[in-house]
Design a protein around this ligand. Sequence first.
Ligand SMILES: [Zn+2]
Length: 565
Amino acid sequence: MASDKKTGWRTVLCASGALLSVSSVLAQGKPAADLIITNAKIWTVDKTRPQAEALAVVGERIVAVGSATEVDTWHGPQTKILDAKGKLLLPGFNDAHVHFVDGGSGLEEVQLKDAGSPEEFARRIGERAKATPKGEWITGGNWDEQKWSPPNLPTKELIDPVTPDTPVWVNRHDGHESLANAVTLRLANVTAKTPDPPGGQIVRDPQGNPTGVLRDAAQSLVEKVRPPLTRARRMHVIHLGLEHAASLGVTSAQDKNPPYDDVKAYAELAERGELTVRMYVAPMETDWKDQAKIGVRHAFGTSFLRMGAVKGYADGSLGSETAYFFDPYTDDPKSHGLLSEEMHPPSAMLARLKGADAAGLQLCVHAIGDRGISMILDMFEQIEKANGKRDRRWRIEHAQHLAAKDFARFARLGVIASVQPYHAIDDGRWAEKRIGPDRIKRTYAFRTFLDDGVRLAFGTDWPVAPLSPMWGIYAAVTRATLDGKNPDGWVPEQKISVAEAVEAYTLGSAYAEFQEKEKGSITAGKLADFVVLSDDIFKIPPEAIKNVKVQATYLGGKVVYGGLE
Ligand SMILES: [Zn+2]
């Protein structure tokens, strides 16, 4: 099936995954390993052999996993042998939901997430304005007004005095609201007379004037006038993101709704051998015909860059009160949330998803509120009826608040819950006041999903949450909210084990991109993507998992971060 040319070697993987050697055969009748890692505590995520001590790599693939003696039979004169000194070795992490270029950009943007008051928020933006060249925008930020008391949304009046000529466009950490200053509103021509677009809202003061906050689809009023990234800038921020990912042990990432220029940049980097995270891209479903017309189907591409998926949005987010629910918000009885622009009307969304599915594309749909999720499951059922049964691996991205009746439907349709555990310990600080004591029981319901036979894929939604897999595992295992108020777990019956969390972050995410035979576990024949950690997350107290560091990250058998002696 896959063939792989390396200097001095030619290895061919047959359909069963067994490795056949063609040249450079040792006395035992097999090639010598390029790399052996020994004295490791390997948690393989492979149920046929859950634990091992050593592994051997030829080219970019693992060829043996087992005891030190078993693996030593691959030892040849040129083999590099590394001692892991008893450290824990896991498959590389696969983040099933990122916005990679936004994440990379954010590493250099103004940081507002931990600005604990409106004054601090304004101070940081003012500082940044002084250092911003004329004509450039201040963007990013990831602010969180829930950290302020009272938790009121910011307004342009807060920052206008410190940004008289610099356009400011800073987003809330969930991406569903952004604040523009007066300069930006002027550029976008947003005034008291501008109507709310479908699926969006211009937040207004009692006199009807825009406060600067634009919600969901209203954000496109500014996005339309925002200058695009230059090619050089895009390449720069992707490199920053790749370095950051490698330092955290992320070897694969699934990029949701990237613009085509991002995909083009990944393709160039892959060609140059500089793409050190394996990417699976899912552009917007509204453009599904672009992929369909050239015959691209799910997971089409190389081990470094695949496409063939589309991403859509059913609704907004809980934080900005735009997740779409059957029952109204507990703290705002007039509101059920908002359907996205793409769902106006739902029949148009269904027609596009049905077309994309018939073309063989994988469907990944953002749905957060119980009614938003239910409507997408309804559509999946109709699509199955129209297009017939097959292995599709539909995904609901976030899948945050489930109606009790929908867990079974999720399982029956084989829908993957692509979830971000960090959001649970973040939103858990205030979610109950927004949706009440009953709905929170089915919120970030990872335990119920697993018990009901639903597959989980873990990710972060970076830059909405930090890219660190250690924080994700910590969140899923402890459910200890960020404010320290739930040390024994928020809705603790939804906790899962460390082993389950690691599986969701590796094999689960690989399954969600049709790559479970290629990666996601330490198994002979698979890509040699793995990480060595500073501590054993199976042994240390769960609350310490968030502080664990990655000591080394290997991608295709080559070190991309840190290393072993
Ligand atoms: Zn996202």
